[in-house]
Design a binder for this molecule. Sequence first.
Ligand code: FES
Ligand code: FES
Length: 181
Amino acid sequence: MTRMTVNGEAIRYRLDPDTPLLFALRDASNLTGTKHGCFSGDCGTCTIIVDGRARLSCEISIADAEGSEIVTIEGLSAGRAHPLQQAWAAEQVSQCGRCDPGFIMALAALMRSTPSPTPEQLSALPNLCRCGATPRILKAVGRASRLAAPLAPTPSKPVENPSSRFSNGSSTMSQIVPDDS
Ligand code: FES
Ligand code: FES
């Protein structure tokens, strides 16, 4: 049995310890906001936050996540109130929407420490958007930075003309404790 906290809820998985966390979240916990993309660590679509850091859930087994605090797009905020989710909606970022949760989670983790990410920091993210929504994504990052500014501990240089890629989040506060003990 593998224990962890997912979106504030204690979870115990009775699955093979090698099960990718992505599959446990989606198939056992029904947290389908986290998307399946390349399954090779190349697209960022499956990004979640593990112990405060952005991680690719396709590359982590549930054994690796034992005892961790997991946040998925469903648990990022109540009512999609996170500045990034507000900005995504305001800038109408979504095209197909597949990359949105991964981008938002990667950016949410980054912007905790760096409310106004530099172009270099944005370019370093592994996230890809195949729909060409990058310009809107970048506008959303700038908007989210401004929304978050009053809360920012150490504002840094604003996003001006970054060359990166991003996208929105689904929100169905999920649950499911796939454990019958
Ligand atoms: S599905 Fe995990 S990086 Fe692409
Ligand atoms: S992959 Fe379709 S909106 Fe980014």
